[in-house]
Design a protein around this ligand. Structure first.
Ligand code: PLP
Length: 355
């Protein structure tokens, strides 16, 4: 088709982002959306109050530097404020990371399957995409990732816990890998789901960041803090990298309401952690129930469980869940089920038992 406008050629190479489907309704059944790894509990009451108060003056721009939020994150993680970069979700921080590193002629290495935005962002920059298949157990293949790096590589993306398969990256795996990566190449550890991880061996991102200046952390208030709709996340990066990120992130991208809610949620981080660990306990039981039914479920460390299925079985699983008003996420190689209320998970287990 001839182009009417002068759009970039790279746009033709874009994999589309397919959001989690909403549930279809079924007579007599409450619909549940277990397709986007959202928090199924309402935010803490004081967070709702902070949000409401901050929404009262929509005519004013927010603090462009999100100064209070940055200071609180820095104090909480014991890093320098200059190393904290807020954004409209971890997505904006990831986008900015590709923006400061990638262009035509460069390459980006990442595990696959993993977060769907990685190839989309790489495509937007016109960079060569180098997905490296996960191991059969859903873990990162660090030998493969190292082998994929060459002198065109400007960015490596890692995801712990990995979305959609579930396992975390261990401290030993991360340190071993960082020793192989040239120190000028930026490695991102996407920790969107870190609060749900219970694996004692899991890498502690902040400790690893202190050991490896080229490691950047991507974190979010969308998942364990339950603020996905407000769009607020942040990066932790060496001050030089952080400065470059701030150059490309749009001013005022984190709204006043999002800043206020995130500040309050961080003040209640102990309660957030307790809720996250409750979700983790439900996740562990649910994963084990699926394994007991004979399904292949890798180690689950986020607020979701991955059921490895061939394409036909995945379609059948997703379809049977939809019939009982539960939306799950079908991706390449299986189905991902977010942890939701017991009633929703019981329905999924019933479906699984009948398949
Ligand atoms: C692994 C991973 N990273 C980052 C994000 C982006 O989260 P947000 O932009 O809502 O902070 C998601 C969202 O699903 C995710 O799964």
């Amino acid at each position: 088709m001839s182009k009417r406008f002068l759009l970039r050629d790279a746009l033709a190479q874009f994999p589309p982002y397919v959001p989690g489907k909403p549930p279809v309704s079924a007579p007599g059944l409450t619909p549940y959306k277990l397709s986007s790894n959202e928090h199924h509990l309402p935010p803490l009451p004081s967070v709702v109050e902070a949000l409401t108060a901050a929404s009262a003056v929509p005519g004013n721009y927010p603090d462009p530097s999100a100064g209070r939020l940055v200071a609180d994150i820095a104090a909480h993680l014991d890093v320098d404020a200059a190393e904290v970069v807020p954004g409209a979700g971890a997505s904006e921080v990831l986008s900015a990371l590709t923006n400061i590193t990638l262009e035509a002629g460069t390459s980006v290495v990442y595990p696959w399957p993993s977060f769907e935005m990685y190839p989309i962002l790489a495509s937007a920059r016109g960079a060569e995409k180098r997905p490296v298949a996960l191991l059969d157990n859903g873990r990162h293949d660090f030998q493969g990732l190292s082998a994929a790096i060459d002198d065109t590589t400007r960015l490596v993306l890692l995801c712990s816990p990995n979305n959609p398969t579930g396992p975390t990256i261990t401290a030993a795996e991360l340190d071993g890998f960082m020793a192989e990566v040239p120190p000028e190449v930026i490695v991102v550890l996407d920790e969107a789901y870190m609060e749900f991880a219970t694996d004692a061996e899991a890498a502690d991102g902040v400790a690893a960041f202190r050991r490896h200046p080229n490691l950047v952390l991507a974190r979010t208030f969308s998942k364990a803090h339950g603020l996905a709709g407000l769009r607020v996340g942040f990066g932790i990066a060496d001050a030089e990298i952080a400065g470059a990120l701030r150059q490309v992130i749009a001013p005022f991208s984190v709204t006043a309401a999002a800043q206020a809610a995130a500040v309050e949620s961080l003040a209640k981080v102990d309660e957030v952690a307790v809720r996250a660990k409750e979700i983790a306990a439900v996740r562990d039981r649910f994963a084990q129930d699926l394994r007991d039914l004979g399904f292949t479920v890798p180690d689950a460390q986020g607020n979701y469980v991955w059921v490895a299925l061939d394409a036909e079985a995945a379609v059948a699983f997703e379809g049977a869940c939809a019939e009982v008003a539960v939306a799950v996420r079908r991706l390449q190689g299986g189905v991902r089920v977010s942890i939701g209320p017991d009633e929703a998970l019981d329905r999924v287990l019933k479906v699984a038992a009948e398949l």
